[in-house]
Design a protein around this ligand. Structure first.
Ligand SMILES: Cc1cc2nc3c(=O)[nH]c(=O)nc-3n(C[C@H](O)[C@H](O)[C@H](O)COP(=O)(O)OP(=O)(O)OC[C@H]3O[C@@H](n4cnc5c(N)ncnc54)[C@H](O)[C@@H]3O)c2cc1C
Length: 417
């Protein structure tokens, strides 16, 4: 196949992995980003979970009840606070897609993508000896009998996917996580020994260095203007310079819709805010050994080297800078419930609010478009780190042979409707 000059817009985890796969295939790749370094936006301080069996659309059959239940409570996994008109339309679409059929269709696609991604990430990391913080093992802990029963009922699904897992009783679990606070009540836990929590930003930076060895050129501090309908493969950057390519791949997360706004491409992506707190571990013996997700609050506690990170929350609002007290309180509560002595919280803590680029159906869009030579790899929502390596492979395969879209029909723009 003809080797192309390819432009990638965006150097988050999706843009970097896409640049790597395309460079591996021999294309001449240039990456543009308006930030100074890779992964400064949604990929910056996520909780790092890579657990394909638990990747799922937010629009689930349980979601409407969960959201309503969160409205009046002191702690919450979802916050809806004066959403924008786009977020409101998105919420309506998510409710529409929360039916069993749509949920299982998109969950299946996302899990297939995440499994492929996990295996590709392991391969890349070991072949290139990438250095980044990672901790093998992930646990999901359940506080109520009802949620635990639901979890047990779905274990056959994990088995069918070939995902190694173990049901843990409290006595056994304390060997796995000796620092877990014993006074907090819980009913059961599932241990996933091959899943992991890992530092997405560090991986992105390490892979960017490998991309450079393959000849990829990076243009930072370079905002790309909306693509022009008359010449969409000629990128105009903020300094008004034009750069012309054979192919353009939009991997710009939340900036993607604005980039294609003048083209016949619709990307119904909205920001759904989340939070993470990162603090130094005071005493390693008091910290978690791997990742732990509190299913009740949908909050994850991750071990990141000598730091602990706790994160989650889905916030629909128009205030990217505002830190909602309920969100922060929920993260502190979950940390205090499970690992109260892990960190000295009076010391410096990094509080991060990031925006997930979300689509209502759940699966991302990895696709060609109606505009010749313009491609998209966008809308990875809550699981972009977990699906990134496979999304990049799918995009690179499509560029090699567009007929391969039949392998992943749900990821095409056509499927979004
Ligand atoms: C609190 C929180 C926790 C999370 N936890 C997890 C998790 O545990 N596991 C998981 O898999 N995922 C998780 N995620 C989701 C994950 O972080 C995202 O899905 C992923 O980072 C999206 O990557 P991206 O490359 O698409 O977007 P981004 O990382 O936002 O990258 C987009 C890039 O495009 C650039 N850009 C945009 N417009 C332009 C333009 N016009 N010109 C030039 N550059 C442009 C931006 O500067 C940015 O660098 C979490 C997210 C949040 C907020």
């Amino acid at each position: 196949m003809k080797k192309n000059r390819v432009a990638i817009i965006g150097s988050g985890i999706v843009g970097i992995t896409t640049a790597f796969e395309l460079a591996q295939q021999g294309h001449q790749v240039s990456v543009f980003d308006h930030n100074q370094t890779p992964a400064e936006e949604a990929s910056f301080a996520n909780v790092g979970v890579i657990s394909p069996g638990y990747v799922a659309p937010w629009a689930s059959p349980q979601m409407p009840k969960r959201v309503l239940g969160d409205l009046g409570s002191k702690y919450a996994s979802t916050l809806i606070s004066w959403p924008s008109w786009d977020q409101t339309k998105w919420l309506a679409s998510a409710v529409k897609n929360s039916n069993v059929e749509s949920f299982w269709l998109h969950r299946g696609v996302m899990q297939r993508l995440a499994l492929k991604s996990q295996s590709r990430m392991k391969e890349i990391s070991s072949q290139l000896r990438l250095e980044y913080e990672r901790q093998t093992g992930y646990n999901i802990i359940y506080r109520s009998n009802k949620s635990w029963q639901n979890a047990l009922d779905s274990l056959s699904y994990l088995s069918a996917l070939g995902i190694n897992h173990k049901v843990m009783e409290p006595a056994e679990f304390s060997n796995l996580e000796p620092a877990l606070e014993s006074s907090t009540k819980w009913v059961g836990a599932i241990h996933l020994p091959e899943d992991e929590v890992a530092n997405c930003r560090q991986f992105a930076i390490a892979l960017k260095n490998e991309c450079e060895k393959l000849g990829v050129e990076f243009h930072f501090k370079c905002r790309v203007e909306p693509l022009s309908p008359s010449n969409p493969k000629s990128l105009v950057t903020s300094d008004q310079t034009a750069h012309t390519f054979d192919q353009v791949v939009v991997c710009a997360g939340l900036g993607s819709q604005a980039l294609v706004a003048n083209l016949p491409i619709r990307l119904p992506i909205v920001p759904v805010y989340g939070y993470s707190l990162t603090a130094l571990i005071k005493e390693p013996l008091d910290a978690p050994r791997c990742g732990l997700m509190d299913e009740n609050y949908k909050v994850t506690i991750s071990r990141m080297g000598n730091r602990i990170r706790v994160g989650g929350i889905m916030e629909f609002s128009q205030k990217p800078q505002y830190q909602h007290p309920k969100a922060i309180q929920t993260l502190y509560k979950v940390l205090d419930d499970w690992f109260p002595k892990a960190s000295d919280l009076s010391q410096q803590i990094q509080i991060w609010k990031g925006a997930r680029p979300m689509l209502a159906k759940g699966s991302p869009i990895v696709s060609s478009t109606e505009v010749d030579g313009v491609w998209v790899n966008v809308g990875h929502g809550s699981s972009g780190w977990a699906m990134s390596c496979a999304s990049a492979q799918v995009l690179a395969d499509l560029m090699e042979d567009p007929a391969r879209s039949k392998d992943w029909p749900e990821l095409t723009l056509k499927h979004q409707g």
